[in-house]
Write a protein that binds this ligand. Structure first.
Ligand code: FAD
Length: 726
């Protein structure tokens, strides 16, 4: 114990000595480099960043209490040598010809909210310069600063730093400055930025700044009056969590984070933020469907999406397995029929247990849950209205909107009165009978698929494409496979009116539909008409919140994840991942962004379609056809041979980028268990899967997935891919 202490003292002493020697040496080196003017070598490592200093008045105070070794924050530095102005300036890149502000300021990441320029900050005597004019911080004629002018400028700079939460001294063309601005922007932090190349006295400011901080380069960042350092130190401080501590949220807010929407994305973000020690509230409110269906916590996925859909898909697959089983020797005499009520009751019981689990998880993580509808009323403030109309107001430093999507009615006569949506289907208390499914989104085809699999008569009415946004060759094959099962497609028609002919559970409805290509009208009789989401799985842009690549909206402290975020895949794991990573970036010092391109997905039609990466059309658009090689084949699952199912329905395709080592940029499979298969290949794609790696992989025989290890025929060769049998 004693030895240990002594050793550490010794270590401390010698480290201290080493450090100061090192500092002296490196300073010397820096100076001489500066003199030589070796600008090119000044990478980020060579940048003269000084450790954290607190600034107050004329003081440069130590900030030992928030020091963190991980942040690379060393002992506080002393103010730099006064009068080292010329040496310091010699190290900085020459100023480019004075550009116009709008052109040169790199600003935050695209789509990010703009940070404040100092020229417009209240209480600071820096007027916003009109174009062509430059602001001054020092009195005119002080470029060779007199001591009085220097003192005055120093006073003003310190005032600036003390008066603002984040101050960045930057140069508009400096890439390091741009990175730092982007970081603060992604954290939703409003910064005050002084572009030293855009104010007349930028050189004098830099000179005095270097006296205060002992850092001669830009960017130079102050957070809560503390000098964090330059670009590298700011990123280190972010990584260690020190930056977040300095930015510590205003205790005047009720919460650090309020999440609006208790679905996949919202819950994941809220729980992660709570794990990171934040005060978090979730608002969740479910507006009942026009048919009166409502549900509990957990959002779409668990209540009216993935979970009940997959379980009903399974119910349908079991029916198919029963048919196949006779070919495998199973003999049974009883009449086999399906009971809708038994199925829905069992599924709803399971859903009940899941939602109770979500509530428990929130309680355990001390996340406040309020069953109310959230609505912004002013900056940082929302109104929460509960089911009884009672209103409560809450404030937070940051907000995440995760309100998801709902199926949409068309607004035609009779739709809300007589039709249901997928929100009602999974808990429908009676078997829907002959059903018209309107739409061709994944959800629509999946519902049509399991209803047909349960033995019902199903028609799908499609305005234009199947599975818009997906690979269209695959989409058409999905359609054909459903037709083989008896699903009827009415292509290029839209319903224009629904009439109720008979009441009942189910009743009888007449649907009038019009061609999208002409004036042709058709009529059909159904027991149930169901609308689904317009999109799903792939990108959708209607009625969404535009966000940048860090899920930030146009209001810097408001973010959006999940289905409500514009142009993102509408998938549960995507919402979950985006929410979790967002919380980590905001509160955990992490920088990872959600990868929206390589999000694998599966359409759970009776024959499943799994994909990851680019659709062929999109790949051609991005890479050009001549730069791609597409390998494909039809295949016959072994299980289907004895069952005498079609030998040319299942299909596998990969799209490879020729100029990137034949990297697999698109993966597509139509076949049994495509979901399970696609997941593994998606992981391989994340690791940079190439055609050669697939060829080198030993297959698992006899499986469907092994087909990807033996793909030989390119689409461009035009060779026959049909299967001739065993
Ligand atoms: P949601 O889960 O929809 O949660 C949003 C929550 O916010 C809801 O509870 C809502 O009531 C609440 N809310 C809305 N407005 C407010 C407000 N103002 N105040 C308070 N609360 C509010 N994805 C897959 O990955 N795989 C699948 O197999 C799959 N199948 C699907 C099948 C169907 C039929 C459907 C409809 C969707 C399916 N999805 C699937 C998509 C998946 O369900 C969604 O991508 C996912 O649920 C999105 O999560 P979210 O957090 O964005 O929104």
């Amino acid at each position: 114990m004693r030895r240990g202490r002594r050793r550490s003292r010794g270590r401390r002493r010698s480290r201290g000595r080493r450090r100061s020697r090192g500092r002296r040496r490196s300073r010397g080196r820096r100076r001489s480099r500066g003199r030589r003017g070796s600008r090119g070598r000044r990478g980020s490592r060579g940048r003269s960043e000084r450790p954290l200093q607190g600034v107050g008045g004329n003081r440069a105070t130590c900030l030992t209490s928030v020091r963190s070794p991980g942040a690379g924050v060393s002992s506080p530095g002393r103010p730099g040598p006064a009068g080292s102005d010329t040496a310091a300036l010699a190290q900085l890149p020459p100023q480019p010809p004075p550009p116009s502000r709008a052109q040169t300021s790199p600003g935050p990441a695209s789509g990010a909210a703009p940070n404040r320029r100092l020229g417009s900050v209240r209480g600071v005597s820096v007027p916003q310069s009109p174009p062509g004019h430059r602001a001054r911080l020092s009195a005119p004629g002080t470029s060779r600063l007199s001591s009085a002018a220097r003192e005055e400028l120093r006073r003003r700079l310190l005032g600036l730093i003390e008066g603002h939460r984040v101050v960045i001294f930057s140069k508009s063309y400096c890439p390091h400055s741009a990175r730092v601005k982007e970081l603060f922007s992604s954290l939703g932090v409003d910064c005050n930025i002084l572009e030293l190349d855009q104010v007349d006295d930028g050189a004098s400011v830099q000179e005095v700044l270097s006296e205060i901080t002992n850092q001669r380069t830009v960017p130079s960042i102050f957070v809560s009056k503390v000098h964090v350092g330059g670009c590298d130190r700011t990123f280190q401080a972010h990584q260690s969590g020190l930056l977040q501590k300095l930015l510590e949220e205003d205790p005047a807010y009720d919460y650090d984070l309020i999440v609006i929407g208790g679905g996949s994305g919202g819950l994941s973000c809220a729980q992660e933020a709570a794990v990171l020690g934040r005060r978090v509230m979730v608002l969740d409110d479910v507006v009942p469907s026009p048919q009166g269906t409502s549900w509990g916590l957990g959002g779409t996925c668990v209540n009216v999406g993935c979970i009940p859909k997959k379980l009903m898909h399974q119910a349908a697959l079991l029916g198919q397995a029963l048919t196949d089983s006779r070919k495998f020797g199973w003999e049974y005499n009883q009449q086999v029929k399906h009971n809708w009520e038994t199925m829905t009751e069992a599924i709803q019981n399971h859903i009940g247990s899941l939602t109770r689990g979500y509530r428990r998880a929130l309680r355990e993580k001390a996340v406040a849950l309020v069953n109310s509808c959230g609505e912004f009323v002013e900056h940082h403030k929302i109104k929460a209205t509960n089911g009884k109309g009672q209103e409560t107001y809450y404030t937070a430093a940051k907000f995440v909107i995760a309100t998801g999507e709902r199926p949409r009615y068309l607004g035609i006569q009779g739709d809300k009165e007589y039709c249901i949506t997928s929100d009602d289907l999974f808990s429908l208390p009676y078997c829907p009978g002959a059903t018209l499914v309107v739409g061709a989104s994944p959800a629509a085809l999946e519902c049509a698929g399991f209803l047909a699999g349960l033995g019902l008569e199903v028609t799908v009415m499609v305005r234009s494409q199947l599975l818009r946004g997906f690979d269209q060759e695959m989409a058409e094959k999905v359609g054909s496979s459903m037709q083989q099962l008896g699903v009827r497609f009415l292509r290029k028609f839209v319903p224009v009116e629904v009439q109720q002919l008979e009441k009942g559970s189910p009743g009888k409805l007449k649907v009038v539909a019009q061609s999208t290509e002409g004036t042709e009208m058709i009529e059909g009789l159904y027991n149930t008409v169901s609308f689904c989401r317009v999109s799903g799985g792939r990108m959708n842009t209607t009625g969404k919140i535009p966000v940048n690549d860090v899920e930030q909206s146009s209001v810097p402290y408001v973010y959006a994840v999940g289905d409500v975020a514009e142009g993102k895949p509408e998938l549960t794991p995507v919402a979950v991942q985006a929410g979790k990573l967002l919380a980590r970036r905001l509160f955990g010092g992490r920088l990872e962004k959600c990868d929206y391109i390589n999000a694998p997905t599966v359409v759970f039609t009776p024959l499943e379609y799994g994909c990851c990466g680019y659709a062929e059309e999109k790949a051609v658009e991005v890479y050009r056809k001549e730069n791609l090689e597409v390998y494909h084949t039809l295949f016959w699952p072994l299980e289907w041979t004895v069952a005498r199912r079609d030998s040319n329905t299942c299909y596998a395709k990969i799209i490879c980028s020729k100029f990137d080592n034949d990297r697999v940029i698109g993966f597509h499979i139509l076949g049994p268990k495509a979901g399970e298969i696609t997941q593994g290949f998606a992981a391989a794609m994340k690791c940079g899967l190439t055609k050669q790696l697939l060829d080198d992989t030993i297959g698992i025989h006899p499986t469907c997935a092994e087909v990807f290890t033996t793909l030989e025929i390119t689409k461009s060769s035009g060779l026959d891919i049909t299967q001739k049998g065993c």
